[in-house]
Design a protein around this ligand. Sequence first.
Ligand code: B12
Length: 432
Amino acid sequence: MKILLISPCQDATHRTPGALQIPQIALQLVAGLTDPKHEIRIVEEEFVDLDMSLSPDVVGLSLMTANAPRGYALADHFRAKGAKVVLGGIHPSVLPEEAAAHADAVVVGEAEEVWPQVVADLEAGRPKPVYRAGPADLTNVPFPRRELGRVKRWLNVIPVMTTRGCPYNCEFCSVSRIYGRKIRSFPVDWVVEDIKRAGGKVHLILDDNVIGRPAYAEELFKALKPLNIYWVGQASMSFALREDLMRLAYASGCRALFFGMETVSEESMKRMKKSFRDLQDVADGIRRIQAAGIRFHASVVFGFDSDDTRIFRRTVDFLMTCRVHSVTFNILTPYPGTRVYDTLKGEGRLFTEDWRHYNHMTVVFRPARMTALELAEGQLYARRTFFRWPSILRRFATHWRHPVLYAGMNLAYRHSARHAHTPVAPGWDKQA
Ligand code: B12
């Protein structure tokens, strides 16, 4: 069979700028699970145009909520041409009924243990409408077919997986619901072999928390050191309490980590049961992590019910004082399958369920202690202020040892902040 695997873009008119392009690994993994007798093509529409005249036998689409509407349109297009369509990824996994309207089969959860059966059923002409997968055993997974869907990029970041699952259960996140709260890991020698096969020098470890299992992280960091690679990833703030792990991580090539810091509101920290609940502890943690040579990329979320309009200035001032390397200023997004979605929906505070706007960057609900417009303008103020030249130059004093990474991230975020509009979803004024 001719199988076309697609990662749809969110918005064909507004794709991710080159410097921020990070390839998806899910489709290369699905390709690795497929009997090699089938002909496979991978297209990441966020990076390259999709040839709509292709005539595959089977189309597999990987969907998040933000690119689900585009995915459904592509599914309808290829089904009308006679192809069988399979939908997978986090969005179909939380809303299989909605996805089933655009597919011959929906995979709920992880592909590893169901995809071979899906392909066999498709070949036999009798796919089941839904395939439900439990947490996969990661000890014997075929390597991703990284040669497929390769696109030449400014910065060739190679995505790598080492663990799956997240012990935390944040109200705005659907990961633990889909992948479980128990952390499962790929064997360390499998990860090392995968990195060797992938080639490249700069890697993104995709895990939600690379130190979720400290003993495994220690073994992993020691095994990565001889590979002489650089890597970035995600971790929880508790990393700052482990000088030993920070030293091992830096020695293994870690140069920057994305931290779900979420907020500077101690009221919200307590409600979210964050590992750090005192702002001074957070500041000390940031200082220790950056002193270990690891760039601190903060992910901040605006729009919690305890937030009022003072949160924006307080957040920017705090991050400036801590000389943080870079920041993603997100807007609370009630993704389906999360507790915050159920709460806001239950309270009739959602403006829209047009998933195109569910992308961490658009106000789709009525906040509690400010208007939707104040939340949108506040996020924009924070982005523009933190990435102003005086701020970039002042923080550079702390990050001069890694000028390329610093310049690349800060200029890319400055560019997207300067060209951003006030992100409120249609329908906000009806509820203001
Ligand atoms: C790495 C990552 C990124 C990277 C790379 C994204 C990418 N292209 O993959 C970057 C930084 C670019 C990114 C950006 C964004 N991300 Co992101 N990202 C992740 C992260 C941490 C890991 C995803 C991953 O690759 N996992 C490893 C692979 C193997 O797992 P997987 O993708 O889930 O695939 C498995 C199954 O889902 C299934 N499957 C998946 N696709 C398919 C397809 C078929 C046909 C089949 C059969 C099976 C199947 O099989 C796979 C193997 O078991 C997840 C958190 C998580 N744990 O999932 C958040 C996550 C997916 N991201 C999220 C969001 C919201 C975004 C952004 C919108 C945020 C923003 N504005 O910045 C953007 C959107 C970018 C885009 N391209 O549209 C949300 C999605 C929530 C939702 N309901 O949509 C998540 C869940 C984070 C969260 N905590 O909420 N992201």
